[in-house]
Design a protein around this ligand. Structure first.
Ligand code: BG6
Length: 505
């Protein structure tokens, strides 16, 4: 299979209608690291409709040629393949356009309305808000005032990034504000975890195979672990991170979304709202945490100085922009329960942190031990059966089983049935490509609905409240997994936390 065909078979070869892709905050970090490379990649594989435009909306007083040079330089750094071929770069550069001005100046939106390109009588537009959430309302309002929310002459979709609010009230306010100017069906709330290949595969794996369903419940599953471990510290993001922390930054959004996909019932159809209805039922079934139980179900910690993956990392409190007495958690682990028929009594353990030993994200479904003990199952490297969905690196699935050691003895050994995508030898789209592609096609299944976001805030609100009152925080050396209290969360589970280091797949 040629490279192009392989790629098309993964991402789906449907080409979107021509559209104006407008990036607010086009000169920012997200744009250069993720959005521009994703669009260039899609362009290369012909997934953007012909005559589409990529329009930067920036505050800077840039000319169009400055913008074109800027995109060139960013792609050279983040996706050099896109421009090393002069023909390819020439085709991309012809798609670029620019508007500039203040986000709260109506003139900029009038200029934008004139810049939008019309194709086949349609002026489709996707507005990507890669700007701080405090600007969302202002931009939505101005777009509406300029007639740019109105779909009479083509689709108009608005894409917003996380964080979506910093608590339930702010998320509700934001939803109300956006819904005032755009219909809910036009609003796409990004959770880039849902664009990851293995996360999408989780649904396929669960609902396109019949062998799993009989096992996918409290009778056979002891517990579920969802882990996102990052080896980097917070880098230059103190401004945002110090008022957020691991619980809000990762658990409220990405990890709870992944939990819903593991726990949901089969949806009636793959229609976005059917899927989101089922995810919403899971969120509603998550047991609310009582303040007095906080220390039994949640652990927080902050990194002290250390070395992760060969890089020296200062103590979190010594990072630039972090207060000397900050009690923001850079690690959080929470044990949730889903109170419904399928999952009663099965803990869902979610953990995430910065400055940990490795960059690994995975879902581990740990099955119960067999009811009769004929073999010593906890000898050596043998353990309960586990189904692992590896989100990164080495995306794929792994089923760990127990087998006999070859030879005359009856010793046991762990074996893996390994279906890593890397072994399939195909290039995979980045999460942002998948998500752009879906917005352009109007498929909203991989985006969070307003009620899901609000319910997630409701779930973590009691933890936020309890932790806000605790000014002390325990520490772990950067580059280690020595998190005080983490193991105790597993006291009622079979086995221990998965070792996330790549050596221990
Ligand atoms: C972002 C968080 O949403 O996800 C970051 O704000 C985090 O703090 C990032 O580093 C992790 O994403 P990924 O795809 O690298 O696992």
């Amino acid at each position: 299979m040629a490279g192009d065909e392989k790629f098309a078979s993964i991402i789906g070869s449907e080409q979107a209608e021509p559209a104006n892709i407008v990036i607010f905050g086009a000169s920012g970090d997200l744009s250069k690291r993720k959005l521009l490379p994703a669009l260039a990649h899609m362009h290369r594989w012909n997934l953007l409709g012909p005559h589409s435009r990529i329009i930067g909306a920036v505050r800077e007083d840039w000319t169009k040629s400055h913008w074109i040079n800027y995109v060139h330089d960013q792609l050279l750094q983040y996706f050099p393949d896109a421009i090393l071929n002069p023909h390819s770069w020439q085709r991309i550069s012809h798609k670029l356009d620019l508007v500039n001005g203040d986000l709260n100046d109506p003139e900029m939106y009038k200029q934008l309305a004139k810049t939008l390109h019309t194709e086949d009588g349609k002026k489709n537009a996707l507005f990507y808000l890669a700007i701080p959430p405090s600007w969302y309302e202002c931009v939505a309002k101005n777009l509406k005032a300029a007639g740019l929310a109105d779909e009479a002459d083509g689709f108009r979709r608005i894409v917003v990034e996380k964080p979506f609010g910093m608590d339930l009230d702010s998320a509700q306010n934001l939803n109300e504000a956006l819904q005032h100017y755009f219909d809910e069906s036009q609003i796409y709330r990004i959770d880039h975890y849902l664009g990851k290949e293995s996360v999408q595969n989780l649904m396929v794996f669960r609902f396109a195979n019949s062998v799993l369903e009989p096992l996918w419940n409290r009778n056979f599953i002891d517990h579920v672990q969802i882990s996102v471990s990052e080896s980097l510290g917070i880098g230059y993001r103190a401004g945002y991170y110090d008022s957020s922390g691991a619980l809000k930054d990762m658990i409220q959004s990405h990890l709870l979304q992944v939990l819903t996909l593991v726990a949901m019932e089969p949806p009636l159809t793959l229609n976005a709202d059917d899927v989101r209805d089922e995810k919403m039922k899971v969120l509603r079934a998550i047991r609310r945490i009582k303040p007095e139980e906080i220390d039994q179900i949640a652990v927080k910690a902050q990194y002290s100085a250390g070395n992760a993956d060969g890089v020296d990392i200062p103590a979190y409190r010594d990072e630039k922009g972090v207060a000397d007495d900050s009690s923001t958690e850079t690690f959080a682990a929470v044990k949730f329960h889903v109170d419904n028929w399928r999952w009663q009594g099965v803990p869902f353990l979610l953990r995430t942190g910065k400055a940990l030993p490795d960059r690994v994200s995975e879902i581990c479904i740990r099955f119960t031990t067999p009811p009769q003990t004929l073999f010593d199952l906890h000898d050596g490297n043998v353990r309960n059966n586990e189904l692992i969905f590896r989100l990164q690196p080495d995306e794929g699935m792994l089923l760990s089983m127990t087998a006999k050691q070859p030879g005359l003895s009856t010793d046991l050994r762990g074996v893996h049935l390994d279906a890593s995508y890397g072994m399939a030898g195909s290039g995979m789209p980045e999460a942002y490509e998948t998500l752009f592609h879906d917005v352009l096609l109007g498929e909203a299944g991989l985006f969070s609905r307003a009620d899901e976001v609000e319910e997630s805030w409701r779930i973590i609100a009691p933890i936020m409240k309890a932790w806000a009152e605790q000014k002390d925080i325990v520490t772990y050396p950067a580059g280690s997994m020595e998190i005080p209290g983490m193991d105790e969360l597993m006291h009622d589970c079979e086995g221990s936390w998965r070792d996330l280091s790549s050596k221990h797949a």
